[in-house]
Design a protein around this ligand. Structure first.
Ligand SMILES: [Zn+2]
Length: 474
């Protein structure tokens, strides 16, 4: 009897050891996997996942081979990599730290599993959240952050590091590297053209990614030739599409320190009137060859342009945004209300033209990345919902649904050079994924109907996502 008991004990120990090392944390069955790169659906798929990694992809018929702690039957549903929002802000000063922290679950609830934070004034908190979301301590997306923006002295955005000469650029980049930021973001409220180009030069020498706005005293080709990695918004691209780019830039430079300086918006009508589609085509080819990244931020442009005519009092997302952040919306609301009817008509014409450039840039091979520009101060551009809006506007602009999804889930990772780990649900890749009720390749609005999200290896059912939302509701 004693011997039998011993054998049983040994067997059960062996059995436990065996199952622990061979059990996946999650097996998803019957999935229609959305192959975003190929623009097609692969039906009947089984995804075997261990934590944050897809370990195997197989036909669901082979299920007997896959033991898991948890199974998820995705019959009739569509599974694709999690969304990336490549332009967000966490900012508003120390009094808004908790309010900003509460935005992180909102991203998840909308299927955003990675964000690129494009500069702000609460960097120590953002760096802490980057760590905490990565370890699973905090529910939220993967965070890439620029830390503080670089700009000239007396910049409009709080927390920006002022630089005017090469030594200051060196110090600023030293401090960013000490913080272990993921890229450099330049803003153009006060920076000189020379300091701007110096940042690009020095950042590239250090192997840092650098993107941002661009002062109108600089020509885009100069910056791209020095290795600038990307451009946020379309103003700077649009300027370079003008047949009179050089003469307009010259006038802007001459009047920079006069009592009649020409700002970005002052120059737009002249640029619009000299838009040159042949020059645009050449520019896009050049930028594609430079592996340049462009974040069009169509959604915020549209939202801000229509503030005067849109009733936001019943926005369904407002209840998830802390009142301290809602209060920051007033600045842009006031300036939108000040715009003349003539100004509004020009904005509409301008927006239509720049939007038509998106499919042309895409076709030329420019890396178009989806970014919403959501965050404090950017009125009614709510985290999560706004990147859905951006992706849908890419389709309105002329991309196919697959191409529009690519700008988020594939092209975002390309900016950071980590595309081998993201962008598809192949073995060895990151397991961040979303489950949709409908096929997004047929109708892009399907991204609004989320059934589940897997983030940092944790599965959130629809009920879990609703609970996350309830936890931040005001
Ligand atoms: Zn921004």
């Amino acid at each position: 009897m004693k011997r039998i008991a011993l054998v049983t004990l040994t067997l059960s120990l062996f059995h436990t050891g065996f199952t622990q090392s061979n059990k996946y944390t999650l097996v998803i069955t019957n999935a229609n996997v959305v192959d975003v790169a190929a623009g097609k659906i692969i039906p009947h798929q089984l995804l075997a996942i261990s934590g944050e990694t897809v370990k195997a992809v197989d036909d669901t018929k082979a299920i007997a081979k896959y033991k898991a702690e948890k199974y998820y039957d995705a019959a009739g549903k569509y599974v694709m990599p999690g969304l990336w929002d490549m332009h967000i802000h966490l900012r508003g000063g120390d009094t808004t730290i908790e309010a900003n922290k509460a935005l992180l679950p909102l991203f998840l609830a909308y299927g955003v599993t990675t964000v690129r934070e494009c500069g702000g004034d609460i960097t120590p908190s953002v760096l802490e959240w980057r760590k905490q979301t990565a370890s699973g301590e905090l529910a939220g997306p993967r965070i890439f952050t620029a830390g503080p923006k670089l700009d000239g002295p007396n910049a409009v955005w709080a927390g920006s590091i002022p630089v005017t000469n090469p030594a200051q650029v060196t110090n600023a980049l030293d401090s960013l590297q000490k913080l272990h930021v993921d890229f450099v973001k330049i803003y153009d409220s006060k920076i000189s053209g020379d300091a701007y180009l110096e940042i690009v030069r020095q950042a590239k020498q250090r192997g840092m990614k650098v993107t941002g706005h661009m002062p109108f005293t600089v020509e885009l080709k100069e910056a791209a030739s020095l290795g600038m990695d990307g451009s946020e918004h379309l103003y700077y691209i649009f300027k370079a599409c003008s047949s009179k780019e050089d003469s307009i830039t010259q006038v802007i430079r001459e009047r920079e320190h006069s009592d009649r300086p020409i700002g970005l918006f002052g120059a737009l009508p002249a640029l619009y009137n000299s838009f040159d589609s042949a020059k645009a085509a050449q520019l896009f080819k050049f930028l594609a060859a430079k592996h340049f990244n462009i974040t069009p931020t169509l959604y915020i442009s549209k939202t801000l342009a229509s503030i005067k005519t849109t009733d936001h009092t019943r926005d369904s997302l407002a209840k998830y945004i802390d009142p301290t952040i809602i209060a920051t919306y007033q600045g842009r609301i006031r300036s939108a209300r000040r715009q003349s009817d003539e100004g509004t008509r020009f904005t509409e014409k301008y927006e239509a033209l720049v939007m038509s450039l998106v499919p042309k840039m895409y076709a030329a091979g420019v890396n178009i990345v989806a970014g919403s520009d959501c965050g404090a101060f950017n009125s009614y551009v709510y985290p999560g919902e706004s990147i859905h809006g951006e992706i849908k506007l890419m389709v309105t602009a002329g991309l196919t649904p697959a191409q529009a999804l690519k700008t988020s889930v594939i092209n975002g990772s390309k900016f950071f050079g980590v595309e081998s780990q993201f962008g598809s649900l192949k073995p060895g890749k990151c397991s961040d994924l979303i489950v949709l009720d409908q096929n997004p390749l047929e109708n892009i609005a399907a991204i609004d109907n989320l059934n589940a999200v897997l983030s940092h290896g944790k599965l959130y059912s629809r009920a879990d996502l609703d609970a996350l939302l309830a936890s931040i509701r005001h």
